[in-house]
Design a protein around this ligand. Structure first.
Ligand SMILES: [Zn+2]
Length: 48
């Protein structure tokens, strides 16, 4: 399980909750496209 934080609204969610539309991942709350992986040492920007 991977946890993500939305780059816009800041809400946290897991990859199970992530919204995928037409192959693009989106924040399930605000549809923002840039999500940050919530990992202790890696801050990876996921761009689609
Ligand atoms: Zn969001």
């Amino acid at each position: 399980m991977v946890e993500f934080i939305c780059g816009k609204c800041g809400k946290e969610f897991t990859d199970n909750e992530i919204q995928i539309k037409n192959g693009f991942i989106r924040c399930p709350y605000c549809q923002f496209r840039i999500l940050y992986k919530k990992t202790p040492e890696l801050a990876v920007t996921v761009k689609t």
